[in-house]
Ligand binder design. Structure first.
Ligand code: DX5
Ligand code: ZN
Length: 250
């Protein structure tokens, strides 16, 4: 599992009237990736924005554009999103009958490929594509809207998927209801990319974004820090066992 945690603010929660400034602000505030939620009013019961918005805002930052497609059908739009500037394109396992083909198409376009699971979908749905993806996205809300509550039953699924991934170089992303209260449980289960919309864009204004991102990152890293401290302590004990000094001195 990678040591670093990626924080990916979802621009779904941004002020759309000032979207460019909002993206520049989260970039400056410490966002690692820019998460773009594309909704079609068919796969999910909401319509957000499409490739033109991604094309227009792509030049505003050098950060990874992480494009989460909640659309069906999806295959006929992949090239458009790739050309608009998506670095990573995630499709839903539930969005069509030929998931493997969709993921191959994304990689053939030279982009990283992600696969997402709705809360109701078991991890067995992606077993056959694990050798062809760069990211797995576990939804911790029913997709369609920001600001919903984290569905805790997905924690065990995250842990099972982390186990399925094994040593493959695949990021494990969690999306929906992530706050400084829920981030630690997701990371402890094995997530290493956290999407957060309302928890990043809340507050009195853009001056709050850096603090919001830092609070999520700190909560996510708390578990890692504990493990790192434990590892250092164990290392000291092993070393001391060899020379007989440190254990004696405590
Ligand atoms: C939901 C989207 C999420 C959403 C997250 O369908 O995929 O990315 O914007 O928003 P919060 O963090 O507010 O739950
Ligand atoms: Zn999303």
């Amino acid at each position: 599992m990678p040591d670093n945690i990626i924080i990916a603010p979802s621009i779904l929660a941004a002020n759309f009237a000032r979207l460019g400034e909002e993206i520049a602000a989260i970039d400056a505030a410490g966002a690692d990736w820019i998460h773009c939620d594309v909704m079609d009013g068919h796969f999910v019961p909401n319509i957000s924005f499409g490739a033109d918005v991604i094309r227009a805002t792509r030049p505003l930052t050098t950060k990874t554009f992480d494009v989460h497609l909640m659309i069906a059908p999806v295959d006929s739009y992949l090239e458009t999103f790739a050309k608009a500037g998506a670095d990573l394109i995630t499709v839903h396992a539930e969005a069509g009958p030929h998931l493997h083909r969709s993921l191959q198409a994304i990689r053939a376009l030279g982009r990283k490929a992600g696969v997402s699971l709705c809360p109701a979908t078991p991890e067995s749905a992606i077993q056959h594509v694990l050798d062809g993806v760069d990211l797995v996205l576990v939804m911790t809300v029913n997709p369609g809207f920001g600001g919903q509550s984290f569905i805790a039953s997905q924690i065990e699924k995250i842990a099972r998927i982390r186990n399925m991934i094994g040593d493959r170089p695949i990021r494990l992303q969690v999306d929906g209801g992530i706050t400084s209260d829920t981030a630690a449980a997701a990371v402890e289960a094995g997530a290493d990319v956290l999407v957060a919309g309302s928890a990043v864009f809340r507050g009195q204004g853009r001056a709050d974004y850096a603090g919001n991102i830092a609070a999520i990152r700190a909560a996510a890293m708390a578990d890692r820090a504990t493990n790192a401290q434990l590892a250092r302590a164990i290392g000291r004990m092993i070393a001391a066992d060899g020379d007989g000094k440190e254990l004696a001195s405590g």
